[in-house]
Design a protein around this ligand. Structure first.
Ligand SMILES: *Cc1c(COP(=O)(O)O)cnc(C)c1O
Length: 402
């Protein structure tokens, strides 16, 4: 049986460079005519991989990061997903991990050692900040947070030991957009590694590696999988050196996503463009209505021209997605919670990126160290799903008496 997806084929890669990204979403990482004509790569389950003789075993050991070797190193299903994502991300190669969070922790652990200094945006996903300040610091890494809206503060914080800058743009609660090009310029001058959490935009609407970022991370649990039924992370690197270092760390830490999850990630990729277009337009419609409503204090959606991040949004992103936040003028937590409990279609729960609409009251103030959050009132983060947008509008406007 051939190894599906593994390393791709040169001819296909040349073709893939010429076609548009949306078409490539349907093609990348599969090769039906090497698999009985079956459209999707199958789910390969394995721990042990057999070698025909000692010569092949020797070659396998040398080449273990680029072939089937042992279950923890990946199966052909893993490789098919990794190949597909690497193409969409314009990267050298992708490493699939068991969650978005493990992609983040593995990437950080791959490059940071004792006495190194790292900079993380203060508006980043809180578990990322917590991992850095609780776990990396235990191993002697100096963890520092920067205000993503203040480039000077980043410059001032950089020192000779600064090894890595971690961005998340937009931030997934408050939607600040970072001036990625300027941060890359600062980092490149000093040979600092740059990483970004690109889960919100996905490679469809923002291409970090094309912009010059070294490592792009996706919580594939969100839009890539798209159906609220998979935990999965993806790390794409700019070059081989970065890939080998991260892959070695992932394998040493014992992280490996199951083949079922990889299959679901790859299946989600096929419909990403159709889903995102729907999330995008419904979220914008809802955001505009909220923005024009008297009872709403503020809408935090970077694709609204009135939003303070709008210029940077236009500079970097080719589209927006279904996740944004808003603040009501009403500040009573009790009253707002009563309204939230009246919602029928929007459900209360963590995560986002699935087909279903979600809402979550969040409190950025307690998470911030540098970029202070001074807004009063409850921040309501919503994920606009694939339901009919008029039903969503009715649900929200009825519950909140807007
Ligand atoms: C959910 C999320 C993650 C973590 O992904 P998991 O798969 O839940 O571990 C990372 N970054 C952002 C922005 C997220 O929203």
């Amino acid at each position: 049986m051939m190894v599906l997806g593994l390393n791709g084929e040169l001819k296909r890669k040349v073709l893939v460079k010429k076609i548009k990204k949306i078409t490539n979403l349907t093609l990348a990482g599969r090769n039906p005519f090497k698999n009985h004509g079956i459209v999707n790569p199958p789910i390969y389950r394995t721990s042990t991989v057999l070698f025909e003789n000692t010569k092949e075993l020797g070659e396998a050991i040398k080449n273990r990061f680029n072939r089937t070797y042992y279950g923890r190193y990946g199966t052909p299903t893993t490789f098919a997903l990794e190949e597909g994502i690497a193409q969409i991300e314009n990267g050298y190669k992708t490493i699939a991990t068991s969650s978005g969070m493990s992609s983040i922790s593995i990437s950080l652990l791959s490059f940071l050692s004792k006495n190194d200094h790292c900079l993380i945006s203060d508006c980043t996903y809180y578990p990322t900040k917590k991992f850095a300040s609780k776990i990396l610091s235990k191993f002697g890494v100096y963890v520092d947070f920067y205000d993503p809206k203040n480039l000077d503060s980043i410059k001032k914080k950089i020192n000779k030991k600064t090894k890595l800058i971690f961005m998340e743009s937009p931030a997934s609660l408050t939607f600040e957009i970072e001036d990625i090009s300027e941060i890359i310029k600062i980092a490149k001058k000093r040979k600092i590694i740059t990483m970004i959490d690109n889960s919100w935009a996905t490679p469809l609407y923002f291409s970090p590696i094309k912009k010059g970022i070294d490592i792009s991370i996706l919580a594939a649990t969100k839009y890539i999988s798209g159906h609220a039924d998979t935990m999965l992370g993806l790390i794409t690197t700019k070059n081989e050196k970065l890939f080998l270092k991260i892959k070695d760390t992932a394998v040493s830490l014992g992280d490996c996503p199951g083949p079922q999850e990889c299959y679901l990630g790859l299946r989600g990729l096929r419909t990403l463009s159709a889903r995102l277009e729907n999330h995008r337009s419904s979220a914008l419609k809802l955001a505009r209505l909220l923005e024009n409503n008297d009872k709403v204090l503020k809408v935090l959606h970077p694709a609204l021209p009135k939003n303070e991040n709008y210029d940077l949004y236009c500079k970097f992103f080719s589209g927006s997605t279904g996740l944004f936040s808003f603040i009501l003028k009403e500040t009573s937590k009790i009253k707002i919670y009563k309204m939230v409990d009246k919602l029928k279609i929007f459900k209360l729960g963590f995560s986002w990126g699935g087909y279903e609409s979600l809402i979550l009251p969040v409190f950025p103030k307690s998470e911030r160290k540098i970029a202070k959050w001074n807004e009063k009132g409850v921040l309501l983060r919503i994920h606009v799903g694939l339901e009919d947008v008029d039903d969503l509008i009715n649900d929200l406007f009825n519950a909140f008496k807007l």
